[in-house]
Design a binder for this molecule. Structure first.
Ligand SMILES: [Zn+2]
Length: 392
């Protein structure tokens, strides 16, 4: 099962791990660090020798993977040629290429015109089954990385979804002779894209510290209590923007629209029913991934110190963004967003994950509905709105 980023060392307890480079602490050397960074960027631009981002990434990981360091338990860049079995190797290679192409073609509108270093996406080899995703800037590149166990986890989660009778019934494919791999891969791609878009948002919305300071965002943490409302607001922003981009891609890109429908065993015809099916698929995979990384935190005081908001808050935010998207683009009626539908979607998405107990959900909902919980939610929303206005 899940083995998220272990954190026996206090230094690893934060998802945003700040590491001021030593030389920056030594008075006048700060300028020389900036000059050095600038020189290396110029060299990269004008010299025939270009340092490949995967080489830079591997060097960074291997230089910071000692005890209590940022990448403890990480081995380095994953050698995709050595991944077994072959089907998983091919899938990771496809994702690596696909993500790289998507990030290199990223439209001006998607980034909101934000200037940022070139992106590099990669998978990492780790020990102890660490399932995690990270975003950080380093040495002139904006890195997005996922560990191999996270890829395996997403593959397993979506396999279980694809085999689940209630999920298949939701998609209207329970009785049809369906290509099981098609359903599985369509769901895997949606879940993967949601996480990729989340990490991407951390870069384009400037949640990642600039190059000179290494700040590694980690999505899945054992210990969540070293955060702040500001970090939580950024996580809501990343969920929301990723949801918006994914829904826009699903509903507005004709090829994607057709391929997901066909993967789910339906004819690739544009219709109101097809639009609703894609919305349903989107929510099933997103609710499922939130359930998979559920953390049982039910103390009021801890809410303000979390790194990521509790899943019910994140889910509510994603529903609001999807509703806003539907309102602007009209693929589904507002009445589609009734709470009974989401109770059903949540139950179906959670049922495939052993141990994602009803108790945790109930306790967190009860807490968030208490006066203290409502005060927290309002404070988080205010922080989110303030950050959004500042970014405009
Ligand atoms: Zn995040």
């Amino acid at each position: 099962m899940l083995v998220p980023c272990g954190t026996s060392c206090p230094a690893r307890a934060s998802s945003v791990i700040l590491r001021e480079r030593k030389s920056r602490d030594v008075g006048g050397e700060q300028e020389s660090v900036q000059a050095e960074t600038s020189r290396r960027r110029s060299e990269r631009r004008y010299n025939s020798y270009v340092a490949h981002p995967d080489v830079i990434l591997h060097h960074l990981i291997t230089s910071l993977n000692g005890p209590c360091q940022e990448f403890e338990g990480y081995v380095g860049k994953l050698d995709l040629d050595k991944v077994e079995p072959e089907s998983f190797r091919d899938l990771l290679k496809f994702q690596q290429q696909n993500a790289s192409v998507a990030l290199s073609l990223e439209g001006y509108n998607a980034s909101g015109g934000t200037e940022h270093p070139p992106y590099h996406f990669d998978f990492l080899e780790v020990t102890r089954g660490i399932a995690n995703a990270h975003a950080f800037q380093h040495d002139g590149f904006a890195f997005i990385v996922m560990t191999q166990p996270l890829g395996e986890l997403l593959l397993n989660l979506t396999f279980d979804l694809s085999q689940s009778p209630p999920v298949r019934q939701l998609f209207g494919i329970s009785a049809a002779p369906v290509d099981r791999d098609g359903v599985h891969l369509a769901l895997f791609q949606l879940q993967f894209d949601f996480l990729l878009g989340h990490e991407y948002t951390h870069h384009v919305h400037r949640h990642c510290a600039p190059d000179e300071t290494l700040a590694v965002r980690a999505e899945f943490l054992q210990e969540e209590e070293d955060g702040s409302l500001e970090q939580q607001a950024q996580e809501l922003d990343a969920d929301g923007y990723s949801s918006y981009l994914l829904l826009a891609n699903l509903l507005q890109d004709e090829n994607r629209y057709a391929s997901v429908l066909e993967g789910l065993g339906h004819a690739a015809h544009r219709s109101a029913a097809s639009d609703e099916l894609l919305f349903t698929a989107f929510f099933v995979v997103v609710l499922n991934v939130f359930c998979a990384f559920w953390r049982n935190r039910t103390e009021v005081a801890a809410l303000y110190k979390l790194v990521h908001p509790p899943p019910p808050v994140r889910i509510k935010n994603v529903i609001q963004v999807a509703q806003m998207f539907a309102g602007q683009n009209g693929p589904v009626e507002d009445s589609w967003f009734q709470s009974s539908r989401f109770t059903e979607l949540f139950r179906t998405a959670a049922a495939t994950i052993p141990g994602s107990g009803r108790q945790t959900w109930d306790a967190q909902i009860a807490l968030l509905r208490s006066p203290e919980g409502e005060r927290y939610a309002q404070a988080l929303f205010d922080k989110f709105e303030a950050a959004r206005k500042k970014a405009e």
